[in-house]
Design a protein around this ligand. Structure first.
Ligand code: AGP
Length: 618
């Protein structure tokens, strides 16, 4: 889950690399480093800690003007986050080769013994360094860098994106990809490599997604792709639709604050062009690959995802079951992959991922396809592996999400889930055209309602700030409020390091109510009282049960709810909406609450400890 960037071209390489690393720092921030080749010499700077430490190191020990180089930001797997273990790693007796790696080399122990037998001296505890030594050893033997690189990457097991520069070959960056992301950016007289398009989007929007087991030979005047067996590989170029400025803070105190505020746009952009003004859906990217006949033959849907994306999956399940009447199960990707799930050709597997690079989810879809299922991705990142390996993709258009804690990606994923549910409902005849149009029109109102919730976010923030001393916060909800409660708890754990748990409100009396003691803060998602199947009275009863035992209740309720205020210490109101669509509105005060609480504790909300945004190891 490290971030990698490579550059060859006329610009100042150090600036391009540091700029790219800044945009990729969300992938890992245990250490960072760069290597450049200038005037026939390889120069490397690397430092433990956040990118700022590397920048200070470069200020103190400046690098020469260079036109080729590689950069890395690390999330530690093998070896502690120290200067020595920071990438790049140098290879060969004269250290002329520099290598960066994202992933895990599983057979590194046996390869290390081999490299040591050839005289290699290891400077780090990483698995990555072995590849640097082996390529250098091979190059000394045959004098052909591309050949040596290819020979060694073919011998590595596990997951890797590897980039190499060598001072004897100052015009080329070599890269290889297996089970870890790599995208090429195509410029005019310059070319780029990155873990994702954020690495180079400020320089070019033309990109190619590198395939599995492929090698890239990157020069100023061209990019060549080969399979690991040496045969040529080709991929279509695509245009990145992210605006470079979307990946900068733009005056906000944190990326998370900005991304929470981006949500009306993220939801609107995810709906854009997919619903007409009558509320009817046009989702060509889906229909091309899943003709209506296929949608009719689906007898079960399995949604696979991790973390926040899995909560988007839970909400999508409620929507699909209600509107399309297809049974849905939601599975954590890593659990789905390593049991014996029942998958038939009539099973549709839906994978949800912001990054499209989460290894657990990739392994799950590969397995699902092996078992004969069709896979539909809901993904935010163009060129991502998930999109490439799925039968069809509904892109969420949330723009780049930089903060580790997911916010706008979630609301965009849920929005895409609603679009999918309505599409299936119409195609299968579970919804009449009039019902589908009514729901579609409700969906079109969501961006404005999200904007309204943000306008009242102050209250959630004030509560979060006041509660900075809390030791534990519980979250309760029913129906779509249940996954939203779990998401509220995840946000708090993730960025405020506070014990938090989300429960189905009805489950409380089966055990968790024992946790309630005098003063325990509990945030409860209260559904609308007006819906005909409303769970409102049941949730109010649950509130009474916990208040009787001393809980301090904060309710998230819909405007116009006249009774809830009698049962809660604080009520945060969100606009009225369809009960399933309320999920998108209810989650926003929880995000603001967690952000304010973590900020009051003085924590780095964008880069919480121990985490990385893209989890590209299993
Ligand atoms: C949420 O705030 C997380 N950082 C995390 O749970 C994330 O949603 C999960 O790792 C899945 O990531 P993905 O959407 O990129 O697959």
């Amino acid at each position: 889950m490290c971030g990698i960037v490579g550059y060859v071209g006329p610009k100042s390489t150090v600036d391009v690399l540091i700029g790219g690393l800044r945009r990729l720092e969300y992938r890992g921030y245990d250490s960072a480093g760069v290597s450049v080749v200038a005037n026939g010499h390889l120069e490397t700077r690397k430092k433990a800690g956040k990118l700022g430490n590397l920048e200070s190191e470069i200020t103190n020990h400046p690098l020469p003007i260079a036109h080729i180089g590689i950069g890395h930001t690390r999330w530690a797997t093998h070896g502690a986050p120290t200067d020595q273990n920071a990438h790049p790693h140098l290879g060969g007796p004269t250290s002329k080769l520099s290598l960066i790696h994202n992933g895990i080399i599983e057979n590194f122990a046996e390869l290390k013994a081999e490299a040591i037998a050839h005289g290699a001296k290891f400077a780090s505890e990483t698995d990555s360094e072995v590849a640097a030594h082996l390529i250098a050893i091979e190059y000394e033997r045959n004098g052909d860098l591309i050949e040596s690189f290819s020979t060694v990457v073919n011998r590595l097991h596990g997951a890797f994106t590897i980039l190499v520069v060598h001072e004897d070959q100052p015009d080329v960056v070599l890269a290889a990809r297996r089970n870890a992301p790599l995208v090429v950016g195509l410029g005019d007289g310059e070319n780029f490599l990155g873990s994702d398009v954020a690495a180079f989007v400020e320089h070019t929007k033309r990109a190619i997604s590198v395939g599995q087991d492929e090698i890239v030979i990157l020069r100023t005047d061209g990019v060549e792709l080969r399979h690991f067996d040496g045969t040529p590989a080709t991929h279509e170029e695509f245009t990145v639709d992210w605006d470079a400025s979307a990946a900068s803070k733009g005056g906000w105190s944190s990326f998370m604050a900005k991304e929470i505020a981006d949500q009306p746009q993220a939801v609107a952009d995810t709906l854009m062009g997919r619903l007409d003004s009558d509320g009817l859906i046009t989702l060509p990217e889906l229909f091309e690959d899943f003709p209506v006949a296929d949608m009719k033959s689906i007898d079960r849907i399995i949604i696979v995802a991790c973390g926040t994306a899995s909560y988007a999956g839970d909400v999508t399940k409620y929507a699909i079951e209600k509107w399309a009447r297809v049974p849905v199960q939601v599975e954590l990707s890593h659990e789905f992959r390593y049991r014996s799930p029942i998958v038939t050709p009539n099973t549709l597997v839906v994978a949800i991922s912001q990054s499209g690079e989460t290894m657990d989810t990739l392994m799950a879809i590969r397995y699902a396809r092996e078992l004969g299922a069709k896979v539909l991705a809901i993904c935010n990142t163009q060129g991502a592996t998930l999109a490439r390996e799925s039968n069809a993709t509904i892109y969420t258009h949330a723009g780049p999400e930089v903060a580790v804690a997911s916010t706008k990606a979630l609301t965009a994923q849920i929005t895409a889930g609603y679009l999918l549910a309505l599409t299936l409902g119409s195609a299968r005849g579970a919804l009449t055209t009039a019902e589908a149009a009514r729901l579609g029109k409700e969906l079109l109102k969501l961006p404005a309602k999200v904007q309204d919730v943000l306008a009242t976010a102050k209250q959630a923030e004030e509560l979060g700030t006041k509660m900075a001393g809390a030791k534990s916060v519980l979250f309760l909800g029913r129906n779509v409020g249940y996954p939203i409660a779990m998401e509220g708890a995840l946000k708090l754990k993730e960025i405020a390091y506070i014990h938090a748990e989300g429960f189905a409100a009805g489950e409380l009396k089966h055990g968790p109510i024992a946790l309630i003691e005098e003063g325990q803060p509990v945030i409860v998602i209260v559904p609308s009282p007006d819906d005909e199947d409303s769970l409102h009275p049941k949730v109010i009863s649950n509130i009474q049960e916990i208040r009787a035992r001393g809980a301090k209740v904060i309710a998230i309720a819909q405007e116009g709810d006249k009774t809830v205020a009698d049962y809660a210490e604080h009520v945060l109101y969100v606009p009225q909406s369809d009960p399933i669509m309320a999920a998108v509105l209810d989650v926003i005060p929880l995000q603001g609450f967690a952000l304010a609480l973590a900020t009051a504790l003085g924590l780095d909300v964008d880069q919480p400890r121990n985490l990385a945004k893209s989890v590209t190891v299993e």
